[in-house]
Design a protein around this ligand. Structure first.
Ligand code: NAP
Length: 271
């Protein structure tokens, strides 16, 4: 089996990486960063996001495994003191996987060729200097005119990330849906939006048609997971569930709501 070990640069992650590499060499795994079948990430959810973008063109050949060197993450199931168990699981690999939806982002511009991105967590669009105004279409039908700071469109696995900070719902990742959440919408007697997160079915898509600003559109910021793109002459953005999916090696079952509870609620203090 060809395995890539993708670690963040922190000293703890690098030390776990060295240990894991040695154990894998001793057991005759092929360490292959170019063309792996399994990518083991060592770090946090951010490290897995980074590995996802690094290998985004090979997603159909790759299954991911996340080892966390800090707190339990949403993409990282294994503790760093469990690498012996992880090596045993890799040795008896049965090729089983669990897969989750990704977000397809298609952007058209006034004066240049369209661009295309794939997000694991979310994509946001914001205007940095003044109110962002955009028409929001669902499945090709106009739904509302949004005025505010911006919009966040997330996947189910991304629902616990930025989406949660802006009041979006946490979604079980077995569901093939997208979520549209508002960031600082203006709602008064003149301007009106739904002002609630919307869950969009798998066969629908969202189109944002951005209004000309009195200034120029150069202060629009498009984010795709950790990356930000500024100064783009964006006309429309179409969001839909991608045909690609991310796959994780399924060596043990992790209960999603336990993970949510551990991350956000923690131990009960008895009150
Ligand atoms: P970062 O600013 O270094 O990390 C952001 C935090 O988000 C980290 O604690 C990371 O966990 C956590 N995270 C990432 N994916 C998650 C997920 N699916 N569920 C729950 N938590 C998650 O940036 P980064 O590491 O490059 O990650 C980029 C992500 O940061 C974006 O995709 C966005 O979701 C998030 N973000 C959030 C806000 C906000 O909440 N206001 C603002 C900007 C960006 P680890 O510590 O395990 O890496």
């Amino acid at each position: 089996m060809r395995v890539a070990i993708y670690a963040n640069p922190g000293s703890k992650s690098q030390s776990v990486k060295e240990k894991l590499e040695k154990k894998m060499r001793d057991r005759h795994f092929i360490l292959d960063m170019e063309n792996p079948e399994i990518v083991v990430t060592i770090g946090g959810d951010g490290t897995l996001l980074s590995a996802f973008h690094h290998y985004r063109k090979q997603l159909d050949q790759i299954r991911f495994v996340g080892v966390h060197t800090g707190h339990l993450g949403f993409y990282t199931d294994w503790r760093d003191d469990e690498i012996d168990d992880l090596v045993i699981s890799l040795q008896s690999d049965n090729r089983q996987s669990v897969s989750y939806p990704l977000l397809d982002v298609w952007v058209t511009y006034k004066s240049r060729q369209p661009s295309h991105y794939l997000a694991l967590n979310e994509s946001t669009i914001k205007r940095t200097s003044s109110t962002m105004v955009t028409d929001v279409y669902v499945g090709g039908e106009k739904f509302e005119r949004f005025r505010g700071d911006g919009l966040c469109i997330s996947t189910p696995t991304g629902s616990t990330a930025y989406n949660k900070s802006v009041g979006g719902a946490v979604i079980h990742p077995d569901m093939d849906v997208l979520q549209l959440a508002e960031i600082g919408s203006i709602n008064n007697r003149v301007f009106r939006t739904l002002a609630s997160p919307m869950i969009i079915a798998s066969n629908d898509w969202i189109t944002l048609s951005l209004m000309e600003s009195r200034e120029r559109k150069e202060d629009l910021m498009l984010t795709v997971d950790s990356k930000s793109y500024y100064n783009r002459d964006i006309e429309q953005i179409r969001y839909k569930i991608a045909k690609e999916r991310i796959r994780f090696a399924k060596y043990r079952h992790n209960h999603f709501w336990h993970r949510v509870q551990e991350a956000f609620i923690g131990e009960e203090d008895g009150n």
